[in-house]
Design a binder for this molecule. Structure first.
Ligand SMILES: Cc1ncc(COP(=O)(O)O)c(C=O)c1O
Length: 284
């Protein structure tokens, strides 16, 4: 696999990262995950905006954002994947500095950038089966709107889900269901789609934005409100969303089956509209 690392296109095995890279020492960096549909970057402008916002939020001075898109397309070219559905992982850290010191290194220290591209096996054409999730206390920090590489609470929550035979952990803060460990969370009540409002407690998902647009266009009302734990029983359907996850219906929460245990009608409508959209067709 050819990857992009600090201005060069290299074989993955030729990449050398210093143990004094601040990403390694402090998780002092941010990342972004983008995908393609049919060989084209999906909602690139939204991802770029979030990437820039994350950099700004943690004050990393990284100036290469204008050539990012070219570098990504170059990676498609050199890797020659036959699968047109690719996932693009981009990580930027504050760079290498010695000795180890919490405060920022001098301005001349360059940020480290790494980009890799890999095929997505479960693409949009797969039939949505429905997944199990568990509820987990949200022990993350209060800047969840930054796509930080400091992901330990999300890793532990998702690992707990896997150990329980589930796919995702939905994180609860002050009794409210905020989002998944790596997805946004949605519920449907009386035909209305609920999802937590944008704040410093959730990541502003690009797929979330697309779904909001879809709901607007196909006449599904949206309530940007987090669901209270005690209100779960009043919801008819649930689903999660994310770039590589796309839309997956949630048919079990903490072992309790939702509705008839199958993908609900509204979730199905949104999912179908999403598939049409990514295929470049209108969702009307
Ligand atoms: C915590 C969290 N929420 C939501 C999402 C979904 O965001 P997007 O739709 O942009 O992939 C992600 C994606 O990685 C995430 O990590």
């Amino acid at each position: 696999m050819i990857v992009y690392f600090n201005g060069k296109f290299l074989e993955l095995d030729d990449v050398k990262i210093s143990p004094f890279d601040r990403g390694f020492l402090y998780a002092d960096g941010i990342y972004e995950v983008i995908r393609t549909y049919y060989g084209k970057l999906f909602r690139y402008a939204d991802h770029l905006e979030r990437f820039r916002n994350s950099l700004k939020a943690i004050k990393i001075n990284f100036v290469e954002t204008d050539i990012l898109e070219n570098n990504i397309y170059k990676l498609f070219e050199v890797n020659k994947y036959s699968n047109p559905n690719l996932s693009i992982y981009i990580q930027v850290t504050r760079g290498v500095s010695f000795p180890r010191k919490h405060s920022f290194p001098p301005d001349e220290v360059r940020a480290t950038i790494f980009i890799c591209v890999s095929p997505i096996e479960n693409d949009a054409l797969m039939i949505d089966k429905g997944i199990k999730v568990i509820l987990e206390e949200d022990i993350r920090w209060s800047r969840c709107n930054i796509k930080s590489i400091s992901l330990l609470p999300a890793v532990l929550a998702n690992q707990h889900a896997v150990e329980e035979g589930a796919e995702e952990a939905i994180l609860i803060r002050d009794e409210y269901l905020m989002e998944g460990s790596h997805t946004n969370f949605w519920g449907i009540k009386n035909g209305e789609a609920w999802t937590a409002p944008l704040s410093n407690f959730i990541l502003p998902g690009v797929t979330r934005t697309v779904i909001l647009e879809i709901c607007n266009s196909i006449g599904i009302k949206v309530s940007e409100q987090a669901i209270h734990k005690s209100d779960i029983k009043n919801f008819d359907e649930f689903f999660i969303s994310g770039t590589t996850t796309e839309i997956k219906s949630v048919t079990q929460i903490n072992g309790r089956i939702i509705g008839n245990g199958k993908t609900g009608e509204i979730t199905g409508k949104i999912y179908n509209a999403y598939l049409k959209y990514v295929e470049g067709k209108s969702w009307f």
